[in-house]
Design a protein around this ligand. Structure first.
Ligand code: SF4
Length: 208
């Protein structure tokens, strides 16, 4: 394991957060499964990282009750209902937009389901590839706003101000001219309950 990962896990521990290293996406899946009790419900947030490790299909195939708002054949209304239920599930699964070397995590959200689940879940598991680790909190916020969100807007054809040129125009990105994606910003700096939050750091690049 790289020294910077060893240091990051130590920094997370100081914040009452458990850092777990997984050398590959396959190992990450195993670690997540080990962390979730079989009879539990699991909420998820939209995430390229979670898609790339294939955890949702893996949990569903393993018999977990996954509250999957993206399953095919459901209406927008049903999807929103599942998102609300997912925020109250026994476990909530997400990735972060960025994590500082000191262990601070940044999460952006449009409607707030993601930030709600992350902030309130009894048990939260965050998956993070090596590409999300940055030197400090300022860089984590910068990465989230100037790199991640414009890519997500492009991917989803979300009519924000950054959709045009890929650059953030924070001061003008407001209704009615634009549909802003990064409406909510959540930074986790520490946890009160030392058992609530696990961060799986995967030894490869995942998502963006
Ligand atoms: S504030 Fe608007 S323009 Fe800037 S990254 Fe967020 S959605 Fe894009």
């Amino acid at each position: 394991m790289e020294q910077r990962i060893i240091d990051l896990i130590a920094n997370l521990k100081r914040r009452n957060i458990e850092g777990i290293y997984a050398s590959s996406r396959q190992e990450a899946r195993d670690r997540i499964k080990q962390a979730i009790l079989k009879s539990s419900s699991v909420g998820i947030s939209g995430s390229r990282t979670l898609d790339e490790i294939g955890i949702v299909a893996h949990l569903e195939a393993s018999g977990y009750e996954v509250l999957n708002q993206y399953k095919s054949g459901i209406s927008r209304q049903q999807s929103l209902q599942i998102r609300n239920l997912g925020c109250q599930a026994d476990y909530f699964l997400s990735s972060c937009n960025a994590i500082s070397q000191a262990g601070e995590m940044v999460f952006f959200s449009g409607y707030g389901h993601r930030t709600s689940g992350i902030a309130n879940a009894d048990n939260l598991i965050v998956v993070c590839g090596l590409n999300k680790i940055v030197p400090d909190l300022a860089q984590a916020l910068k990465r989230s706003r100037e790199y991640v969100t414009p890519l997500n807007c492009k991917r989803l054809n979300w009519k924000s101000a950054c959709l045009v040129d890929g650059a953030c125009h924070n001061d003008i990105c407001l209704e009615p001219e634009y549909k802003r994606m990064c409406c909510q910003v959540l930074v986790i700096e520490s946890e009160i309950n030392p058992k609530r939050l696990k961060v799986i750091i995967v030894g490869e690049n995942l998502g963006f």
